[in-house]
Design a protein. Structure first.
Length: 311
């Protein structure tokens, strides 16, 4: 799938926003832990072949302990980033962000995680640490992506902070976003258990205008038109303003819908810098590369050699 996109697009980046390696915050010791580590190694080896530009660890990536995660990092040929995860001495475990040049754009990618319990690491307040570095990053880049393994509370705090971020890719949520939401910062949740891969196409005409989430306005047009059509019922040619002339509440609703249509049409007709999105459900059949399938098969064979627990 990524190869197909790369064949059509010159500048492609691959990110993961966390909870990549393990399915829960704690893995039982014994055979279960050996299977989990083997699976994590398969993921690393596959990502090394696929290519990944940045990975921001989440709480579940520490399920087998810090030592295991650092071993996975050493096995990886892609960057681990996090602005607010520290060792117990107060030193950041990973680079807080990285700058990637693609074409004429400098793209900043920041890693962040909501607080989680750990005896080995310290997770500082994500919004505080983000505020400490964001304006330095803004001076170094044209477009800022935040990879955030986040709770709903921290997402709310992020919106309130009003920081110059262009796109948030969020993990640690069961929601599957259809668009980036109604707030200033587009926030996309990748859904639970990694069942979707999102694609974000970034179009840049200049470095002054803000980036508009095109998908939000396309979805709004679709939804509002559908509501207006339902109000027409069996008479598609009816003038709704006349039909509901004596119903003030419904008239106000119609006026609001028309205002939304006008706003979104104006924005879509005057786009300069914008983000367009799409996604692929991984539950559907997707052709895989032979070398990646071989990595998976070798990993599965290793699992078969592990001693099974005695009953």
């Amino acid at each position: 799938m990524i190869d197909n996109i790369a064949a059509k697009v010159d500048n492609i980046l691959v990110f993961d926003s966390g909870n990549l390696y393990f399915k829960k915050d704690k893995v039982d010791q014994g055979v279960a832990s050996e299977v989990a580590i083997n699976t994590a190694n398969i993921i690393v080896d596959a990502f090394n072949v696929i290519g990944c530009d940045a990975f921001s660890p989440g709480s579940q990536d520490f399920a087998m302990g810090l030592k295991t995660l650092k071993e996975l990092e050493a096995r990886s040929n892609f960057d681990y980033i996090s602005a607010n995860i520290y060792d117990r001495s107060g030193t950041r475990l990973f680079k807080p962000y990285k700058i990637i040049s693609k074409g004429d754009l400098k793209i900043a990618v920041i890693g962040l995680a909501s607080n989680f319990e750990s005896l080995e690491v310290k997770v500082k307040d994500p919004i505080d640490d983000l505020q400490n570095i964001i304006f330095q990053i803004k001076d170094e880049s044209d477009f800022i992506v935040l990879l955030f393994n986040s709770t709903e509370i921290d997402i709310s705090m992020l919106h309130k902070a009003n920081l110059p971020i262009d796109l948030v890719i969020r993990s640690n949520s069961r929601k599957k976003s259809k668009d980036g939401g109604s707030k200033v910062i587009p926030i996309y949740s990748v859904g639970d258990k990694g069942k979707q891969v999102y694609r974000f196409d970034v179009y840049n005409s200049n470095n002054q205008d803000i980036y508009v989430d095109k998908t939000v306005h396309l979805n709004r047009l679709k939804n509002v038109k559908s509501r207006l059509d339902r109000m027409k019922k069996d008479d598609p040619g009816v003038d709704l303003m006349q039909k509901y002339a004596d119903d003030k509440s419904t008239l106000n609703k119609i006026k609001n819908y028309k205002s939304q249509l006008e706003e979104s049409n104006y924005i879509l007709n005057n786009l300069t810098n914008y983000i367009a999105t799409g996604h692929t459900d991984l539950g559907k059949r997707i052709d895989s590369r032979a070398d990646i399938l071989q990595i998976i098969d070798i990993g599965k064979a290793r699992v078969q050699t592990l001693p099974m627990p005695q009953k």
